[in-house]
Ligand binder design. Structure first.
Ligand code: DSN
Length: 423
């Protein structure tokens, strides 16, 4: 029982070591990723993983739940405080699980849902035909306007009147502007629909008021806990008290079995961290960095989708540089800069090629990087794309990237231990 991972399973250890060093030495610009604190890692790597606890605190189907109850109650209370929510269910294993439970708490297969289309920035679980959401519900897609790439609320309202959805589900994976929650709520009220918001991307910013909150307006607010919120990989549902019993029942036993108590403990730690004043400062700097990086890249000849950002992310239209998202992602990977290719609205390319890349600043801001580093990163992005076929050049950028990363370390103790292990 006492062997370390490196002795007990060198093959898995090697993968963990490699990933630890990759995270340390690469610039992480994937908008949905972040670095959790060592306290979050510790809670998630704890013995709570051993415990079965179907049910909810005080009402479990297994004995011995007194300590996991403490962890789950802390997570629930902190989540409610953080978002000003009437009820929180912290058990969903992921954002998509949270959405499954949320939908099924009030609507049924065959019902109509209006949500932002995936190719205009929405999420897979908001109605993609290959996802359960698109298979089980009739989806009315919300879209952005071609001219300014902002959500077309007039068209959404017209479609809602025409198609009478049972739910309007706002939120996105790739929309850099502010959602008009109030307008969508009014639209839902006019047609007698539930109003839900998936805030997975904006959650950290919403928690501290850097981005407007839908929580008081929406019947349901779903989120992941690992993006701007900087917690463990997982999901959560916030809702009005009137929906609490239905949400809890559909989450368990409706759509999930045993909750991941180690992850729930780590969620409690994350929410505790987000309640501290420094978290607000972190979110403010994340926004400042995103705006600065977008501006710097625009200055280098890229087109920013919708012209800018009001959050932690934005999309680059690469067509002015005669390259695709797929090519740019591959070149940047070789340069030690991690992004994901992403369709832009009305993209002429197939999604697997895409005309854009999505860029986000939560992770680099967690490392402490600021405006000067954003200027440097913009220049390296442009240089790498300009030299996309030149392996030697990209390798030289990767060396410079590593130098910068080592000045802004993540998990220094872990990296040192692992490097020593490697030696
Ligand atoms: N895959 C996530 C993202 O990158 O936005 C959403 O689930």
């Amino acid at each position: 029982m006492s062997d370390t991972l490196s002795l007990r399973d060198p093959e898995v250890y090697k993968a963990v070591l490699g990933e630890t060093l990759r995270q340390a030495d690469h610039l992480e610009l994937i908008a949905s990723e972040n670095y959790v604190s060592e306290a979050v890692l510790e809670a998630q790597g704890s013995v709570l993983t051993n415990k079965y606890a179907e049910g909810y605190p005080g009402k479990r189907y297994y004995g011995g739940c007194e300590w996991v109850d403490v962890a789950e109650r802390l997570a629930i209370e902190r989540a409610k405080q953080l978002f000003g929510a009437e009820h929180a269910n912290v058990q969903p294993h992921s954002g998509t699980q949270a959405n499954i439970a949320m939908y099924l708490s009030v609507i049924a297969p065959g019902d109509t849902v209006m949500a932002l289309s995936l190719d205009h920035g929405g999420h897979l679980s908001h109605g993609h035909p290959l996802n359960f959401s698109g298979k089980y519900f009739k989806i009315v897609p919300m879209t952005v306007r071609r001219d300014d790439e902002l959500i077309d609320y007039d068209e959404a309202e017209r479609l809602a009147q025409e198609r009478r959805p049972k739910m309007i589900f706002a939120g996105a994976s790739n929309y850099s502007r502010i959602f008009d929650w109030k307008r969508l709520k009014e639209c839902a009220d006019k047609v007698g629909a539930y109003f839900a918001a998936d805030i997975a991307h904006y959650a950290g910013m919403i928690a501290v008021g850097v981005y407007p909150s839908p929580v008081g307006l929406a019947d349901f607010t779903t989120t992941t806990t690992h993006k701007t919120l900087r917690g463990p990989r997982g999901g959560m549902i916030l809702c009005k008290a009137a929906h609490a019993a239905a949400v809890d029942k559909i989450n368990f036993p409706g759509t999930q079995g045993g909750p991941l108590m180690h992850v729930i403990a780590a969620k409690a730690v994350c929410f505790g961290e987000a309640l501290k004043p420094e978290f607000k400062e972190y979110q403010r700097k994340t926004l400042e960095n995103a705006r600065h990086l977008a501006k710097a890249l625009a200055g280098l000849g890229y087109r920013i989708v919708s012209g800018g950002t009001d959050c932690h992310l934005f999309s680059l239209d690469l067509r002015p540089k005669n390259t695709t998202g797929k090519e740019a992602e591959a070149a940047l990977d070789k340069a030690g800069i991690t992004v994901n290719k992403n369709a832009i609205p009305f993209d002429p390319q197939k999604p697997f090629i895409a005309s854009g890349v999505r860029i986000g600043t939560p992770a680099v801001t967690t490392r402490g990087m600021a405006l000067a580093e954003m200027d440097q990163i913009a220049q390296w992005i442009d240089d790498s794309i300009a030299h996309k076929g030149d392996e030697g050049y990209l390798k030289s950028v990767a060396e410079k990237v590593k130098g910068l990363c080592r000045r802004f370390p993540v998990y220094p103790k872990l990296v040192k231990e692992m490097e020593n292990g490697k030696a």
